[in-house]
Design a protein around this ligand. Structure first.
Ligand code: PLP
Length: 430
């Protein structure tokens, strides 16, 4: 495949945008080559400015569960645009989308809309701190919750589990309240509670982690965290910005029996428009401004165009629950095919599927946490990614990401992607 126009576009972008991208994951830093610049999408396909066509397994990193240019979503967005882009005043469509969401999750009575997942999680943490009157929070190594200060944390040195900033520009004073635990390891969470003498505002977790590759939490682990939170009066936050409406219609809560106190959503609820949301019981949400003292606001929050996209998307999902069976069977077929292609040339691979989410690691250990994810063969992944891209298969450009099936991903696309995987694995091991 030729990428001449994209290479030129990347150079031009590089001159005026840091790294040439507006979000670092797009930069192809962990793989070979430069990112294709996109011209347009169509259903399950993506087209770049050189005219190359790709089967899209990234789907804007999750939001596009109906693929590109879905006619119903497109129509509702255009109708909304014609009424005006933003009013900074209440509209009934916010209530409509809130009702759709609240009716799906037993755990929440009320929801507030924001403009990104980062904002949703940041606000949820503030709410948890405001409700409990405590500062400390527990997060898991390998879980991503957006780029706000107190969540950009890596393991602290020495005895303590208290975190240190993982980015310059984040004051250590802010991250010292973030304790780090190990995913799927309940003892590490108990240790955090012990270290903080029970003084924890909340535990935040991706109940189906999608940001260290696809790594679901064990049910017993989630049950254990729920119990610890209840014993110590801490709130449990499920960050389902990615897994919401992806792992099942109810996200992880359609699979696990554990209910969070606060839920964060994003990605699919905007169907490609910028939307995030956080919700909880009426009691917890009553602490939020203007009902309560915990401040949170946004000029474009509940934007009517974004709400229209989300509402149409959620209504379509609700009306077609069998979609999730289809998603899972396609995802399973795809990763089984990848795994066979890999094993055929003697390279180990482990795979995972949750609804429309799929993951694979070049590794021979079943991945349960970040340390095990780190043991994957990133060199092999980089070569695999390049080979697949050259054959028209667009995969996330990092082995720590999750892949997605959408309603427009056809059996033929799956078969073609598997064929490309066999060919790629033969090439890179020849
Ligand atoms: C993507 C993501 C976020 C951040 O959402 P943005 O819209 O990128 O700010 C937060 N949490 C999880 C689990 C995510 O996958």
């Amino acid at each position: 495949m030729a990428y001449n126009k994209s290479i030129k576009a990347f150079d031009e972008a590089y001159a005026v945008i840091p790294g040439g991208v507006d979000s670092p994951v797009r930069a192809f830093s962990g793989v070979v080559g430069t990112p294709p610049f996109i011209s347009h999408g169509e259903g399950g396909y993506l087209f770049d400015i050189d005219g190359n066509q790709y089967i899209d397994f990234v789907q804007s990193w999750g939001p596009l569960i109906f693929g590109h240019c879905d006619k119903d979503i497109e129509y509702s967005v255009i109708q909304a645009v014609k009424r005006g882009l933003s009013f900074g005043a209440p509209t009934t469509i916010e209530t409509d989308l809130a009702n759709e969401i609240v009716s799906l999750f037993d755990s929440i009575d009320k929801v507030r809309f924001v403009s990104s997942g980062t904002e949703a999680v940041m606000s949820a943490i503030r709410l948890a701190r405001g409700v409990t009157g405590r500062d400390n929070i527990v997060k898991f190594k390998g879980c991503y919750h957006g780029h706000s200060d107190s969540l950009l944390v890596e393991a602290g040195s020495g005895l303590a589990t208290f975190g240190t900033p993982s980015s310059p520009g984040v004051p250590a004073d802010l991250t010292k309240h973030t304790l780090l635990a190990t995913y799927n390891d309940l003892a590490s969470v108990e240790q955090c509670f012990a270290d903080a003498k029970g003084n924890i505002a909340c535990v935040i977790i991706e109940p189906i982690a999608g940001n260290m590759g696809l790594v679901p939490a064990d049910e017993a682990f989630l049950v254990g965290i729920r119990a610890l939170c209840d014993i110590h009066g801490a709130l449990l936050i499920f960050d389902e910005v990615m897994s919401g409406f992806r792992a099942s219609l109810k996200g992880a809560q359609g699979i696990s029996s554990v209910k969070p106190d606060i839920l964060t959503l994003g990605k699919v609820i905007g169907a490609g428009m910028p939307v995030g949301a956080f919700g909880a019981s009426a009691t917890i949400m009553s602490h939020l401004s203007p009902e309560g003292p915990v401040y949170q606001a946004g000029t474009l929050s509940g934007n009517p165009v974004a709400m229209a996209a989300g509402l149409t998307s959620l209504k379509k999902l609700k009306a077609n629950p069998s979609l999730y069976v289809e998603f899972a069977s396609k995802a399973k077929k795809l990763v089984d095919g990848f795994q066979k292609a890999s094993l055929a040339v003697g390279v180990p691979m482990v795979t995972e599927v949750r609804g429309s989410m799929f993951g694979f690691f070049f590794s021979d250990v079943v991945v349960k946490n970040m340390e095990q994810a780190d043991a994957n063969d990133t060199q092999m992944f980089a070569q695999f990614h390049k080979g697949m891209l050259d054959k028209g298969v667009y995969l996330a450009c990092s082995s720590y990401e999750t892949g997605f099936i959408c309603a427009k991903t056809s059996d033929k696309m799956i078969d073609n992607a598997i064929k490309a995987a066999y060919q790629t694995m033969r090439e890179i091991t020849a």
